[in-house]
Write a protein that binds this ligand. Structure first.
Ligand code: NAI
Length: 331
């Protein structure tokens, strides 16, 4: 099977090439830096499948072009599929497959890394010490031991975050419609209770109509003063204007964001020469107690390996006429 990879970064090429050499020699892989679009879709002529990532827009026009050039399979090397027009894919006879889970611990560990960074001012001390400034002024942190963590959403990633917080000696509160029976050390409470009693809140629920702007001025008002807030889930869970107002009111000890509204233009791109005009990102970056990373929660060697293997298995299972059912995405 011949697969054309779009928007391939060096780490994608490395992880896919290494698993191909290891045990998937039957798969022919070609990597393109360009992302998929109505203009670049025709480059897939002669390929059986194309592989794209979370930020690629695969709409009706792109799928139409892929059908014209004979592509039969769209491989998503990610879990999310809201970037694909599934009805158009079905009409074009193109099968869509994804990687539903790869390493929940990768994202949960990144969430804790952000919490510790803002909680211990690591981002400030890193820069100060590099400038030979060994003063401790402005670096006072907070212990996590004995404090209360509030985890919103206890699916795969939220559960991993609960375990990490428990390991730190924190009391763990959680909010989710479905209580995870494996988490016997967790106390499930209402969202209001979680907001009122937590010292650190970490968001791990999906973005839905119900959860959009879950964190807004109302919910921020209910939080303890000096709260640490972490979001590695989806940017629009937080109403950024309200977050900025809360930061200005000195509500937060620290805020760690791996995702944020308006991230789509930035994510995975080098924009170091651009001037970020009227940008929410630029305003957030102006605060000393905010740390932002670029949607890298998933980016570990282990997760990349798991993504590559599952994508290769998806391709082979399709080729054999028995696509892995739980990895199929249907309209
Ligand atoms: P999951 O589907 O295993 O768990 C989500 C949990 O959220 C479920 O238990 C569900 O019942 C709960 N939930 C849904 N609505 C809720 C609400 N209104 N309030 C409280 N809980 C609610 O998903 P998983 O794998 O744990 O992923 C969580 C999120 O992490 C994803 O939706 C995605 O947005 C994000 N993610 C971020 C990555 C990154 O690189 N930063 C990588 C992968 C996922």
């Amino acid at each position: 099977m011949k697969i054309l990879f779009y928007d391939a970064k060096p780490y994608d090429c490395d992880s896919f090439e290494s698993i191909r050499k290891e045990r998937y020699a039957d798969l022919e892989m070609t990597f393109l830096q360009a992302d998929i679009s109505v203009h670049t879709a025709s480059l897939a002529k002669g390929f059986d499948a194309v592989c794209v990532f979370v930020a690629s827009e695969v709409g009706r026009d792109v799928l139409g072009r892929l059908k014209e050039v004979g592509v039969r399979l769209l491989l998503l090397r990610c879990a999310g599929y809201n970037n694909v027009d599934l009805q158009a894919a079905e009409q074009a006879g193109i099968t869509v497959m994804r990687v539903p889970g790869y390493s929940p611990e990768a994202v949960a560990e990144h969430a804790m890394a952000l919490a510790l960074t803002v909680g211990r001012r690591i981002h400030k001390s890193y820069i100060k010490v590099r400038e030979n400034n060994f003063s401790l002024v402005g670096l006072i942190g907070k212990n996590f031991y004995g404090k209360t963590a509030g985890i919103i959403g206890t699916g795969k990633i939220g559960a991993a975050m609960c375990r990490i917080c428990h390991g730190f000696g924190m009391k763990v509160l959680a909010n989710d419609a479905y209580e995870n029976p494996d988490l016997d050390f967790v106390q499930y409470v209402s969202l209001d209770e979680l907001l009122r009693h937590s010292d650190m809140i970490s968001l791990h629920c999906p973005l839905t109509d119900e959860t959009r702007h879950l964190i807004c001025s109302d919910s921020i008002a209910k939080m303890k003063d000096g709260i640490i807030l972490i979001n590695t889930s989806r940017g629009a869970l937080i109403r950024t204007e309200d977050l900025i107002a809360g930061i200005r009111d000195r509500k937060f000890f620290g805020v760690g964001l791996d995702v944020y509204e308006e991230e789509n233009r930035n994510v995975f791109e080098n924009r170091e020469d651009d001037i970020l005009e009227s940008s929410v990102t630029a305003r957030l970056l102006s605060f000393p107690n905010v740390v932002i990373t670029s949607h890298q929660g998933f980016l570990t060697e282990e997760a990349l390996y798991a993504i590559a293997v599952t994508t290769a298995e998806n391709a082979l299972s399709y080729e054999k006429g028995k696509p892995i059912q739980e990895n199929l995405v249907k309209a």
